[in-house]
Design a protein around this ligand. Structure first.
Ligand code: PLP
Length: 395
């Protein structure tokens, strides 16, 4: 039999798989599922970006690209970072096939066996898996009692980090909560990072998807320039999930070390996709605003619909997710019980089986008792989803 490496045994397949399997089974049976579990915008990639990709193929950009990225894209990225107050040169950037690969390279380059990584819960599922794959240990600070804000839990963060902490991951706007951290919160993070000499990943992949707030980039704060690794990607802002394009920028010595992993694993991000990325960064302001406005309207609508059903949610300032409290007072669960499962897992499975509405259990993000809803769906489908949940006793 195959003798697997210990490192793969350290991680589980994503907890969202149970939900998407159920969803797929139902749909195969002809059931109409309202899918509020997805982490991708429901818009096409902007047309000019698609054209730029096609043009790049026609122009023959189909061979290997320079490992860390084509110069035109690295320049566009440096300009974008500059607009966010981040001072980087093109040799401090690596272009990756998706933000996920960027994170993977950062974790692999920084985390040794036993190194401590601090996560802010609820936290996007892959940070934990990447920490474990690299052999790191995880400490967690929970924001869920503070409506997912960071400022009220800075004391908890201070009590958690130490000189032994290697890495802290900050994700604002946040998946799964949609929270955007305040400047005061980020300054609190800065003070702790400086005091304990901690490197911080600032995952800014939802930075363009915000309503009435403009998030500060952590690396722009005094003292953070040389200890922040800023991560971004094209999936969310430009609806380019399937193109697989992302990047990170950080201290030159980190980029040099991670660049070795990059060149020996992926070689480079897809050449013609990088050309489309230049167009996305340089020429999509209108499309970005259009998507943002649509998400904004849907957020308002969904918050109101839940309020009509007596459910108060923490109103998200960005991304396209919100967390719904599901632990308390659920008629359907009272009737059927939860067995041995965490209540949110039971709620999500019940919601998909009975109401045919797919969501993601909060325990996947370290916070049981909640469910993540994505509002990357039309207003009509969102309305339909809430109606079904209410009818089946899930609200
Ligand atoms: N970071 C966060 C917080 C995400 O939600 C995602 C995608 O879901 C990613 C990074 C990676 O996205 P991609 O690999 O598509 O760039």
């Amino acid at each position: 039999s195959l003798d697997f490496a210990e490192r793969v045994a350290r991680v589980e397949p994503s907890a969202t798989i149970a939900i998407s399997n159920l969803s797929a089974e139902l749909e195969a049976d002809g059931v109409d599922v309202v899918d509020l579990s997805v982490g991708e915008p429901d818009f096409p990639t902007p047309e000019n970006v698609v054209e730029a990709g096609k043009d790049a193929i026609d122009a023959g950009h189909t061979g290997y690209a320079p490992s860390n990225g084509i110069p035109a894209l690295k320049e566009a990225i440096v300009d974008k970072l500059d607009a966010d107050g981040l001072d980087h040169t093109t040799d401090e950037v690596i272009v990756t096939p998706g933000g996920k690969q960027a994170l993977y390279e950062i974790f692999q380059a920084l985390i040794d066996d036993g190194d401590e990584v601090v996560l802010l819960d609820p936290a996007w599922v892959s940070y934990e898996a990447m920490t474990r794959l690299a052999g790191g240990s995880i400490s967690r600070v929970d924001t869920s009692d503070a409506d997912f804000r960071l400022e009220p839990v800075l004391d908890d963060l201070a009590a958690t980090v130490s000189d032994g902490t290697e890495l802290l991951v900050v994700n604002s706007p946040n998946n799964p909560t949609g929270a955007v951290y305040s400047d005061a919160a980020l300054e609190g993070v800065r003070d702790l990072a400086v005091e304990h000499d901690i490197t911080v990943i600032s995952d800014e992949i939802y930075k363009e998807v915000v309503y009435d707030v403009s998030p500060t980039s952590l690396g722009a704060l005094d003292g953070m320039g040389d200890r922040t690794v800023t991560l971004n990607g094209f999936s969310k802002a430009y609806s380019m999930t399937g193109w697989r394009l992302g990047y990170f920028a950080g201290p030159k010595e980190l980029v040099d070390q991670a660049g070795k992993l990059h060149s020996h694993s992926v070689t480079c991000a897809t050449n013609f996709v990088q050309h489309a990325g230049v167009e996305a960064l340089r020429n999509t302001d209108d499309a970005v605003v259009e998507m943002r406005d649509a998400f904004h309207e849907r957020r308002d609508m969904l918050v109101d619909l839940f309020a009509d059903h007596g459910k108060d949610v923490a109103v998200p300032d960005g991304a396209f997710y919100m967390m719904l409290p599901v632990a308390e007072d659920c008629e359907a669960l009272r009737a059927s019980g939860t067995g041995d499962e965490p209540v949110d897992q039971a709620w999500c499975e019940g919601a998909i089986e009975d109401a045919h509405v797919a969501t993601v259990p909060g325990s996947a993000f370290g916070t049981p008792g909640l469910a993540r809803l994505s509002y990357a769906a039309s207003e009509e489908r969102l309305r339909e989803g809430v109606e079904r949940l209410a009818e089946e006793g899930y609200l």
